[in-house]
Design a protein around this ligand. Structure first.
Ligand code: SF4
Length: 237
């Protein structure tokens, strides 16, 4: 089985615990206004067979150490759930685990369940706290996301939540309360990490001749991120 892969990042410490090797798949069902990787939406033209990808990943085995491993990211990795399962079987036989870094914009099919069940952990983007904003700012289906998060919670999978905080959209304490109300229906995450909206990917929209919906939005100030993270942390204690 083959999958189109956009890029790799070696020893990415941010995409899961320990030292990691991140695999970024192409393709995403969402169109987040804050996306800083719109180039992952389209096929890169570089396809890998699962055995070929496994051979590449296993070279990093000695770096992973305790708690590290591969992170399947994107785009949306779960568009390639069957490919992940095939690659993961090879990795598992070699003692290498993986994390899934997903938006949760995936129907809970048997292949998706298997990819989740076999993952060491899931990093799940909680994009927006209700259907109106989710659909407005991602063009995705909120119900699909909620069902995916329900599955993560029902199976007691280890999970970190992640939300990008964007000035003028979700940078208020009122918005924070709405996120906290939503996630209250699920098991408590090990972490809830807030990320600051930034403009470092703006050049990609220009280069690709695409409209950038947030071109007039400034980066989130560091102070505001710290305040909001402290607010979330205090509420989740
Ligand atoms: S889910 Fe990620 S890759 Fe897809 S549009 Fe949103 S930010 Fe971009």
């Amino acid at each position: 089985m083959k999958a189109d892969i956009h890029s790799f990042e070696s020893l990415a410490a941010l995409d899961g615990e320990g030292l990691r090797y991140a695999v970024f798949f192409t393709g995403c069902p969402l169109r987040c206004v804050c996306c800083h990787n719109p180039d992952t939406w389209f096929a890169s033209g570089r396809e890998y067979e699962s055995a070929e990808l496994y051979s590449k990943l296993r070279r990093y085995k000695t770096y992973f150490g305790n708690g590290g491993g591969v992170t399947f990211s994107g785009g949306e990795p779960l568009l390639n759930a069957e490919f992940i399962n095939e690659t993961a079987a090879l990795l598992r036989a070699d003692g290498i685990g993986y994390a899934l870094d997903t938006s949760g914009a995936a129907a809970v099919t048997d292949a998706v369940k298997k990819a989740v069940d076999n993952a060491d952990m899931v990093i799940l983007d909680v994009k927006y706290p209700d259907a109106r904003r989710y659909e407005k700012y991602t063009k995705g289906d909120f119900d699909t996301f909620v069902k995916f998060a329900d599955y993560i919670s029902d199976t007691k999978k280890r999970v970190w939540f992640r939300t990008v905080i964007i000035p003028g959209i979700n940078d208020s304490f009122q918005a924070a309360d709405e996120y906290l109300r939503l996630i209250g229906r699920w098991n408590k995450p090990e972490r809830y990490e807030l990320l600051a909206f930034h403009t470092m990917g703006f050049y990609k929209y220009e280069r690709m001749g695409m409209e950038n919906p947030l071109k007039n939005t400034p980066p989130l100030k560091a102070d505001r991120l710290i305040e909001m993270q402290a607010y979330f942390d205090a509420k989740l204690k």
